[in-house]
Design a protein around this ligand. Structure first.
Ligand SMILES: OC[C@@H]1[C@@H](O)[C@H](O)[C@@H](O)c2[nH]c(CCc3ccccc3)c[n+]21
Length: 444
């Protein structure tokens, strides 16, 4: 296997609410996920992030674990309500200090911090003011981002504004499976627009003082028509516009996909030229989260996109019900370059939830996760060989963690976490990934 480009960044990814625990420690305010998780009936097994992986207290041990694995970068998110308990205004210095210590610990161990400003956990105090439905959310977010830029920029050199605006709106405002749990077609495009306005406002704020790189992280799920029928081709266009183009087109091209008017119907309002200009801020990279593809057919009853994903005979499906399809990563990266140009890319998430074997004698054998990683890294190498400018790869995830409303039932970690003892145990996939990093991809 030829090596990956020199300077290629090998790392792992997590997010604050999924691993930290201690949600209200040291002056932190509640987030919408703290509120959602403590609302009866919304979380599988009534799980919450109150403890999660106890990373808030164990972060030095977890950094030592990353060092042992040879991680070169660590993508994590900052909990907004630790920094600004009320969402705006008063800064909670103890919250800033936690992330400052984490950044210093990473850098002392030769691991580059890669900070996501927003991984879904808006301060509850701002949700009380309308959250992403309030146009002021762009200014709230820029204020929060600026506090972090002042505190950490220079020690942090790679910033991402948002993690997956599609999931925030589809999960949080349309279908209600995620915080803040709304089910409202009319709210969904409003939240989408304000999320992207917030992205633009934070990028503009960064350009005033920032000296390094800032980008956007999106989930991309390539859509393949189930047949060549006009209905399935149109459905595939709608699905592509709704999930894959809805956020990248404004951010990168300064326009919205026309199919969204069809998807949202009377709930759609065109973006103003001012909003389009405010969102289209030059960025230094795109983060791509890739997990699976969707073979797509027309389904008139499947409100509001009117599409369905067709199960593929003979394919392998993960514990989250996603088809394993590494070719989709190649196709996605080539598509990104073709549609948006040669912007540097990072794979900011890729991984798999499996019905893992139990820990035995300090080991956990997960050959299927090794095979998933191997196949997707081969696909990644193929895309790079095809000329796509991919600069790094972050496996999702370092630790088994809180899979949002699915609780701890889905284990994505390359490191097992014992829910009772918090003991970390390397899975075979962690050893495998460590060898990949050490060999610069040659051991694939
Ligand atoms: O589900 C695994 C991870 C989450 O734990 C992360 O917090 C989140 O960033 C994240 N995003 C995705 C991709 C979302 C997605 C996949 C397939 C289809 C639709 C959406 C998978 N994951």
């Amino acid at each position: 296997m030829a090596a990956f480009p020199s300077g290629f960044l090998w790392g792992c990814a997590t997010s604050a609410y999924q691993i930290e625990g201690s949600p209200l420690a040291d002056g932190a305010g509640p987030s919408i996920w703290h509120r959602f998780a403590h609302t009866p009936g919304l979380m599988r097994d009534a799980e919450t992030g109150d403890i999660a992986c106890d990373h808030y207290r164990r972060f030095k041990d977890d950094v030592a674990l990353m060092k042992r694995l040879g991680m070169q970068a660590y993508r994590f998110s900052v909990s907004w309500s630790r920094i600004l308990p009320d969402g705006t205004g008063r800064v909670n210095q103890a919250g800033v200090d936690f992330y400052s210590r984490l950044v210093d610990e990473l850098r002392a161990n030769g691991i580059e911090p890669f900070v996501t400003l927003y991984h879904w956990d808006m301060p509850a105090a701002l949700d009380d003011k309308g959250g992403w439905l309030n146009r002021d959310s762009a200014e709230w977010f820029a204020e929060y981002a600026s506090v972090l830029f002042r505190a950490l920029d220079g020690r942090v050199t790679k910033w991402a504004t948002l993690n997956e605006p599609w999931v925030v709106t589809d999960g949080g405002y349309l279908f209600g499976a995620l915080a803040p749990g709304h089910r409202n077609l009319f709210e969904t495009p409003i939240a989408s627009r304000n999320l992207m306005r917030a992205h633009g406002a934070a990028v503009r704020a960064y350009r005033e003082t920032g000296r390094h790189e800032i980008g956007l992280v999106v989930n991309i799920e390539p859509k393949y028509p189930a047949s060549e029928s006009p209905e399935d081709l149109a459905a595939t266009r709608r699905a592509t516009a709704y999930m894959n183009e809805q956020y990248l087109d404004p951010a990168m091209l300064g326009r919205c996909p026309p199919e969204l008017r069809d998807v949202f119907g009377e709930a759609w309002t065109d973006w103003s030229d001012d909003d389009l200009a405010a969102v289209r801020q030059p960025i230094d990279f795109l983060g791509i989260n890739y997990y699976t593809r969707a073979v797509t057919r027309d389904d008139p009853a499947a409100w509001p996109v009117r599409t369905a994903t067709v199960r593929q005979d003979g394919a392998f499906y993960t514990e989250t019900g996603w088809e394993v399809y590494p070719q989709g990563l190649v196709d996605t990266l080539v598509w990104i370059k073709q549609r948006y140009g040669d912007i540097p890319l990072y794979i900011t998430e890729n991984g798999v939830a499996l019905a893992d074997a139990p820990v035995e004698n300090g080991r956990l054998h997960d050959p299927q996760r090794i095979e998933y990683l191997r196949q997707h890294l081969l696909a990644l190498h193929q895309a790079i060989a095809a000329g796509v400018d991919v600069r790094g790869y972050m496996v999702w995830s370092l630790l088994d963690n809180l899979e949002w409303s699915l609780g701890f039932s889905k284990r994505f970690g390359i490191v097992h976490v014992d829910r009772q003892t918090q003991e970390r145990t390397l899975k075979d996939s962690a050893e495998y990934y460590s060898r990949i990093i050490a060999s610069h991809g040659r051991a694939l």
